[in-house]
Design a protein around this ligand. Sequence first.
Ligand SMILES: Cc1cc2nc3c(=O)[nH]c(=O)nc-3n(C[C@H](O)[C@H](O)[C@H](O)COP(=O)(O)O)c2cc1C
Length: 466
Amino acid sequence: MEGGFLDWSNRPSVYKKYRGLKTVQLPGEAAEIETPFSDLIYEQPDSLSFSPDLETVTRLLVTACRPTASARFQGEAFYYLNAPSAGALYPCELYVAAQSVKGVSDGLYHYDSRSRMLTVLRGESVLETEAENPCIVLFITVIFFRSSWKYRERSYRYHLLDSGHLMESCAFAAKACRLPYMVSYDFDDAFTNQFLGVDDAREGCLAVIGIPDLAYRMKEMEPIPENVRNSSQVAEYSVSYPVMESIHRSSAAIGERDDPPEDTATEIDIPVISESAFTDFSSKEMNTPYEKVMTARRSRRNFIPEQIDSRSLNALPPLFQAEGKGDVPWRKYIAAGFIAGDVGGINPGVYLISPSKGKIRLIKEGAFINAMTHICLDQNWLRNAGLLFFTAADPEALDKRWGPRGYRYAMLSAGRVGHRIYLGATALKLGCCGVGAFYDDEAATLIGLGQSYVMLYLLAVGHVKK
Ligand SMILES: Cc1cc2nc3c(=O)[nH]c(=O)nc-3n(C[C@H](O)[C@H](O)[C@H](O)COP(=O)(O)O)c2cc1C
């Protein structure tokens, strides 16, 4: 990217403001989630006793998204949320539709995580479910300009990665509340955006979480009044980035290609220097209560040069597997691995992770942390991180198999995996920081998965100053 400058006089607001609409203040503190983080990694709650009420919705929302730190910024309070966001720009918004939930009127609401306030966008039944069964649906949108204000065209990646983080946080919240859920990457963009009443030139839905499942239908509704739709405008003016808009528009089409190739991409065909099995220590090492883990998660950059022990190393790769219920069929198109620095029991090098087989494979031997630091725009704090986890994919293979939406699948999934790594590192009392700023070509060459693979996301993990 060529250099640029930030127009501070036009900084987008992190608050979506509605005027003249009814609001509902969620009840005070919700009960803490005592369940250990490790119990939630693979948990699949069943729907046998699903009878949600206002408390369920409150717990779900405040566990999915809430402020966990604050600072003063330009004379005002600034809140950091539990899920990370590139540059702390927080492009995501969360909406909730409720049907037959005790104590909650059927309708569509916007959730303001900072004030725990619901704004009533549609005060009538908006979902069709079989026999009026109870249903809660969370919609994750992004307001594009919040991130493109700073990151310009590159921000579409951050929109997707940030949404992936929030998606996974919603999934963990559902599990923590013992609620069955299913996530969806596929929905009719135009219909959903009009249902949510957002201005789809400025804001768009990227992910949906259905509780208990996706067996609902959004009702055909009147368009939401223009003044409400205008709330998607959060800055005086927006700059348009045609490339980004075109990627977003073309990835609106759902569905596989008419003539998709065989699903042969099971393993990357690449020479392996050595292979070893990892023991899944996740349940023993990461049994801190979920509430503690999710509130303690922060991006830490103050890494110190201290060896990561092999038990911690073994606890993290399994996190690449559990995508939860409705495991994504494109998982095999996403490669996962890490660059190891000073890690007990293994040599420095680039490793691929095969979570389903419980194996790590060394594909390049040598010390590469400094080289990757340089590629990540010389963010020099990375030098002392012991592990740099990465996800990568072959965009052409994704496109051939899944069509243009494949790009969203990959980036959202990379964000979801990234969220688990953040939480896992936090539970292990290690520091973690996501890195989206890197030179693509150089990063792809360094991880060495072949010409067609690009790196999607990097997460540094290591010991940090106490
Ligand atoms: C997709 C993504 C990319 C990020 N890239 C970087 C990065 O390149 N450098 C960095 O220092 N922090 C990066 N971060 C960390 C954010 O700056 C951090 O999440 C944000 O400031 C909020 O702070 P918190 O994570 O402590 O809540 C990234 C975070 C995300 C989610």
